[in-house]
Write a protein that binds this ligand. Structure first.
Ligand SMILES: N=C(N)NCCCC(=O)O
Ligand SMILES: [Zn+2]
Ligand SMILES: [Zn+2]
Length: 314
């Protein structure tokens, strides 16, 4: 959609005003898909509305990305695949529904840029990606570890997806890292168990002290040539940059730091990505959804460049 001919504030919002998947013949190189599901949260609910808030905020995105010297939507067919209809009353069923829908999109040849939803959905998305590519390297941008075991006895929650992914053998444990970690834990053992699962940690303070270039170099080296999945929990950003989220923690990354780290990963083999935990009811002036829309744009650009270069996931 050309914003100099049809005002960008007119009409229903798809991501970046891109065509819907049914308008591109049902196939795309990159499918932007929403998962309006937040039954897995441990504190404030509302991320079920995140995907549509990000789509609204993405109206202002423009076709050329100077930071990566690329026009992502010209390099690859990117389409908005709408929302996956996950059961809000049954987490187990929702997890299965997300996996089936993701399988279908991946089988059609698309990479996924998934808009959450809470972080529970990273598990079925990883299952699906691994079914296609085998165990993946993981960069997990988040204030939280999300490798906890259970909440109230529940195994599938937004605080537990990466422990389940580890247990299921979905991760290439030689290349898994949290980025932006901070905030109080339940105990020292959270970190010990996390380390035993193979995770490296670049804390939010590390990014500040060592700087974006150094930490990005380290992450890039750790990932190497492996197929990479990136999961971004928007609460990796400081609440000043992303107030609209369910479990905010002080002392986070700036949106500039997050965008720059992602740009620095442009040569990694990004097979799919998700962006979760945007809860618009706590947002102000679209601060969070604007940051999220730009983050999804950078991730999409990374994938589009690789598609144009003919690079596959493996
Ligand atoms: N994945 C997110 N955003 N938060 C996890 C918080 C888990 C807890 O309440 O301890
Ligand atoms: Zn988090
Ligand atoms: Zn999370």
């Amino acid at each position: 959609m050309d914003s100099s001919r049809v005002p960008r504030f007119a009409g229903p919002a798809t991501f970046a005003r891109l065509p819907r998947l049914d308008e591109t013949g049902g196939t795309a190189d990159i499918a932007v898909v929403g998962v309006p599901f937040d039954t897995g949260v441990s504190y404030r609910p509302g991320a079920r509305f995140g995907g549509n808030a990000i789509r609204e905020a993405s109206r202002l995105l423009r076709p050329y990305n100077p930071a990566q010297e690329a026009a992502p939507f010209a390099l690859a067919q990117v389409a908005d695949a709408g929302d996956i209809a996950a059961n809000p009353f049954d987490i187990g069923e929702a997890v299965e529904t997300v996996q089936e829908a993701a399988d279908g999109l991946l089988d059609s040849g698309a990479r996924l840029m998934t808009l959450g939803g809470d972080h529970t959905i990273a598990l079925p998305l990883l299952r699906s990606v691994v079914r296609k590519h085998g165990p993946v390297a993981l960069l997990h941008f988040d204030a939280h570890l999300d490798t906890w075991d259970t909440y109230f006895g529940a195994a599938y929650t937004h605080g537990t997806p990466f422990r389940r992914a580890f247990e299921e053998g979905l991760l290439d444990t030689s290349a898994v890292s949290h980025v932006g970690t901070r905030g109080p834990l339940y105990g020292r053992k959270d970190l010990d168990e996390d380390e035993r699962m193979g995770f490296g940690i670049v804390t939010s303070a590390d990014v500040m002290r060592r700087g974006v270039d150094e930490v990005t170099d380290q992450l890039r080296q750790r990932v190497g040539d492996r197929p990479l999945y990136i999961s971004v929990d928007i609460d990796v950003l400081d609440p000043a940059h992303a107030p609209g989220t369910g479990t905010p923690e002080a002392g986070g990354l700036t949106s500039r730091e997050l965008l720059e780290i992602i740009r620095g990963l442009a040569d990694c083999r990004l097979v799919s990505a998700d962006l979760v935990e945007v809860a618009p009811a706590y947002d102000h002036a679209e601060i969070t959804s604007v940051a999220a829309s730009h983050t999804a744009y950078e991730l999409t650009t990374v994938m589009a460049r690789q598609i144009a270069e003919g690079r596959t996931g493996r």
